[in-house]
Design a protein around this ligand. Structure first.
Ligand SMILES: O=C(O)CCC(=O)C(=O)O
Ligand SMILES: [Fe+2]
Length: 357
């Protein structure tokens, strides 16, 4: 048994338009900085950027979505959404390290118009909502994405100040003109005879993950290397560091291992992880801190061990989209991709076409 528990941080001063150099804000910023440097995760309370009713209605509509007949959901299958990586992911459709994850999912993102310059690139494209069966889902999910993005931007500002940078430095370097916004919702349900996890142990690929949940089940690997339950607290969000933020902070911020326990066959656990990632064109190079002496911090052995868990970010170069494209290609090996430069593979270039069938 462990007495450790993940930090819970009331972030209301940051959302209540207080001066950021007020004592209240400074205290919250220090707590976030400490949480990211030790656990890599905290439970955020006190945000008014996402009205509680919106979060609840979004979870409700996602539950309704998962209750739709299977053939209606299959009509929205992810693979038919191509590079946009949007739509329905059936139960068992994903796995971690060779084991199937006992979950089904819905994948979405910000809606872009036909004329958008990024249309057709990995993660950019139309959402696949069940407009006929659940007409309210589109509006709720898009509104939720807007609001949770505000939370991501506020945390990024706090992080920037915590790292000794100007408040907008992280945003300017990594999130302008707009962060990549990946909406996910998962419904966990176990099957008799299958003992794999809801999601096996992993760390997140991107920058920040901001997760809403309706029950316990998520566990995080603690600083003293034990699995610790993330409690369910109403109107809270679990915010964790992803692998690229770990790298960009020279390993000061920790991308934590986490997993979702094996769900019961009649489980009702629903989560909405939101991946708040760098802008497609963001140049991937470490953040310039500490500012005072400009010395590059030396990564600790623990950081190097984390970075070696997977080699995606072995060398930091190029732009975020080049890493993201490779990630999406691994998920859809059969799809072909618009041409783009990739940096995390020796071949360097993918030459593909968008699937039209
Ligand atoms: O559903 C959860 O609680 C965790 C989801 C997660 O870890 C992920 O999607 O990366
Ligand atoms: Fe995760």
């Amino acid at each position: 048994m462990t007495s450790e528990s993940i930090p819970v941080i009331d972030c209301s001063p940051l959302f209540n338009s207080l001066e950021w150099d007020s004592n209240e804000c400074a205290a919250v910023i220090a707590k976030i900085h400490a949480a990211f440097s030790t656990w890599g995760v905290f439970t955020l309370t006190g945000t008014n950027a996402i009205p509680p009713s919106l979060a609840e209605e979004t979870r409700d509509v996602m539950n309704k979505f998962f209750e739709l007949p299977l053939e209606r959901k299959m009509a929205l299958h992810l693979k038919d959404g191509g590079w946009a990586w949007r739509g329905y992911m059936p139960w068992g459709g994903e796995g971690t390290k060779g084991n199937i994850d006992q979950k089904e999912g819905f994948y979405g993102g910000s809606e872009i118009g036909d004329g958008h310059p990024m249309k057709g690139m990995p993660t950019f494209g139309g959402n696949r909502f069940p407009d006929g069966e659940l007409p309210e889902m589109r509006g709720l999910v898009l509104e939720y994405i807007d609001k949770v993005t505000e939370v991501g931007l506020t945390i990024s500002d706090a992080m920037s100040v915590g790292l000794g940078l100007d408040r907008k430095e992280v945003k300017r370097r990594l999130l302008d003109p707009e962060p990549i916004q990946l909406f996910r919702s998962f419904k966990y349900s176990g099957r008799h005879g299958v003992d794999s996890c809801g999601i096996g142990e992993h760390s997140d690929f991107g920058f920040l993950t901001i997760l809403s949940q309706n029950a316990t089940g998520l566990q995080v690997f603690s600083p003293s290397k034990e699995w610790v339950d993330v409690p369910f607290i109403p109107d809270s969000y679990v915010v964790n560091v992803g692998d690229i933020l770990d790298r960009l902070t020279h390993g000061l911020y920790i991308s934590p291992l986490h997993r979702v326990l094996t769900p019961q066959p009649n489980s009702n656990r629903l989560s909405i992880p939101f991946f708040f990632d760098p802008a497609w064109n963001a140049e991937i190079k470490p953040l310039p801190f500490p500012k005072k002496d400009n010395e590059t911090p030396t990564p600790t052995p623990a950081a190097i061990e984390r970075w070696n868990r997977n080699s995606t970010f072995k060398d930091l170069q190029g732009i975020w989209g080049q890493y993201l494209g490779v990630k999406v290609q691994k998920i859809f090996p059969d799809l072909s991709l618009p041409e783009f430069l990739a940096v995390s593979r020796p071949s360097g270039r993918h030459l593909v076409e968008i699937r039209r069938d």
